[in-house]
Unconditional design. Structure first.
Length: 94
């Protein structure tokens, strides 16, 4: 029984060691990278729009409402980009 467990252990370890390096195809990795770039572009746009919003002459209440919307969107898109960057880093080895 002990020998069977040792053999199974080595078989399982060897299968994971010789597994494919990339979990995603090269095309999928390129699409993910492009998506990250696009989402970061959107986040950057929203941050810049917030800066413009702060320089406009408007009531404080209106400015704050717009600021919350713009910053909330920018932060959400930044988080999406961060999450996909982790996926890219883990699954797409260059």
């Amino acid at each position: 029984m002990k020998h069977i467990i040792i053999i199974l252990f080595f078989v399982l370890v060897n299968n994971t060691v010789f597994a494919e390096d990339s979990l995603m195809s090269k095309k999928e990795c390129e699409e993910t990278k492009s998506g990250i770039r696009d989402v970061l572009g959107i986040a950057d746009y929203l941050f810049k729009e917030n800066e413009k919003n702060n320089s406009l002459k408007q009531s404080e209440e209106k400015r704050k409402l717009k600021e919350e919307d713009l910053l909330g969107g920018a932060i959400a898109f930044s988080q999406i980009a961060a999450n996909y960057s982790i996926v890219y880093d883990v699954w797409c080895k260059d």
